[in-house]
Design a protein around this ligand. Structure first.
Ligand code: DCP
Ligand code: CA
Ligand code: CA
Length: 362
């Protein structure tokens, strides 16, 4: 199996939210500050927009240093307020969740995701999915994000930081070693300044040099565990999984249609095997769902959804497929456009292990 793993990170997150809340800021240098309260300008820079960065401002710098660099530039200094950014973070994560098999949030503005099943292990389809996620976040929240996709978490993480802001970097599995090779070892997740200088002491500066190094030499230097993890990561061979961070899972499947269509029935017939697969998965894991959602990716790659909730949780192939058709028809009516991809998601899962199926006679 070839995995398709992604990493998403919102660009200049806190400062970008400030721009969304007050678009007049977009043309100015914006610095989000954590004031210590000791004196008027004591404290540090939380983050800054790219215009402020172009004058040398960066996270962690003192506010007074940032003021110096931006003097006479009509810059805005805004106090950091976590509660402003949190709702944006939650909504962004929910959008991503709608497009992926599993999401592992690792910070307020970033997450790993797995789309191996969602994309049928296909990197072309991964690109379409990533563009869909970016467009949806831009439309719904006005934010740009950077996404990286590759065969492992390490590759995805490096790729998301590779082009920024508004980046999309996709590393096909066969290009992994060539992509990683020339990069400095410090780019690898888990290599801090200390590890980097230890590696440099034996002549290892790039990920490529680490990949071809003798494992015994680096074990001697870093210990067995770290050495073996980093050696694998450098070879694009680490197998760490994306671990769903939400307790209650949801299952989804999406397919690319043989050709774009505006007919709900045509789309439904192609989607049916995926619906049956979801039903089988729910059955084997002992779940029924209270909410069913159909997802339509239109020809212009925008994503639209329609959901329905059920008082009595559903799980049989018959009921799921019937309701999928109802929702697809309603969706097709409301979008009045052609579908490129269609999908289905079951959520609000109810554990029915050990119970007789509520719909067993249907
Ligand atoms: N943050 C902070 N202090 C730091 C680093 C970050 O308060 N030293 C906060 C502000 C950032 C947010 O966390 O907006 C996310 O951090 P990132 O490292 O992802 O940086 P940005 O999103 O600001 O910028 P980039 O475009 O480089 O991702
Ligand atoms: Ca960020
Ligand atoms: Ca981040």
């Amino acid at each position: 199996m070839v995995r398709v793993v992604g990493h998403i990170d919102v660009d200049y997150f806190f400062a970008q939210v400030e721009e969304v809340l007050n678009p007049a800021l977009k043309t100015k240098p914006v610095v989000v500050c954590v004031y210590s309260g000791r004196s008027q300008s004591s404290g540090v820079v939380s983050t800054a927009n790219y215009l402020a960065r172009s004058f040398g401002v960066s996270s962690g710098m003192s506010i007074s240093a940032a003021q110096k660099r931006l003097s006479g530039k009509d810059a805005e200094f805004i106090p950091m307020k976590q509660e402003k950014y949190k709702p944006f973070s939650e909504r962004v994560m929910q959008i991503v969740r709608e497009h992926v098999d599993a999401l592992e949030q690792t910070g307020i503005d970033e997450a790993f995701f797995d789309i191996t099943r969602f994309c049928n292990e296909d990197y072309g389809s991964a690109r379409i999915t990533a563009v869909g996620i970016k467009n949806r976040i831009r439309q719904a929240e006005g934010l740009t994000v950077s996404i990286g996709i590759g065969k492992t978490k390490s590759v995805a993480k490096i790729a998301s930081a590779f082009t920024k802001p508004d980046g999309l970097t996709i590393i096909e599995p066969s290009k992994t070693v060539d992509f990683l090779g020339p990069l400095p070892v410090a780019k690898l997740y888990g290599v801090g300044p200390k590890t980097a200088s230890l590696l440099e002491s034996i002549g290892i500066r790039t990920i490529g040099e680490l990949a071809t190094s003798n494992i015994d030499d680096i074990t001697h230097l870093l210990g067995r565990k770290l050495a073996s993890r980093l050696h694998d990561a450098a070879n694009g061979a680490d197998d760490e999984l994306v671990v769903e961070s939400q307790k209650v899972a949801q299952f989804s499947r999406i397919i690319t249609l043989k050709k774009d269509t505006s007919s709900a029935e045509e789309a439904y017939l192609e989607l049916l095997p995926a619906v049956k697969e979801l039903a089988a998965r729910m059955d084997s894991e002992g779940y029924a769902c209270r909410t069913l959602t159909v997802i339509g990716v239109l020809s212009n790659l925008s994503v639209r959804t329609k959901s329905r909730s059920f008082e009595t949780p559903i799980n049989t192939p018959l009921v799921l497929s019937e309701q999928t058709l109802v929702l697809l028809s309603a969706l097709s009516e409301s979008v009045q456009a052609e579908f490129r991809r269609v999908g289905v998601r079951v959520s609000d899962l109810v554990d029915i292990k050990g119970q007789a199926s509520l719909n067993q006679y249907l």
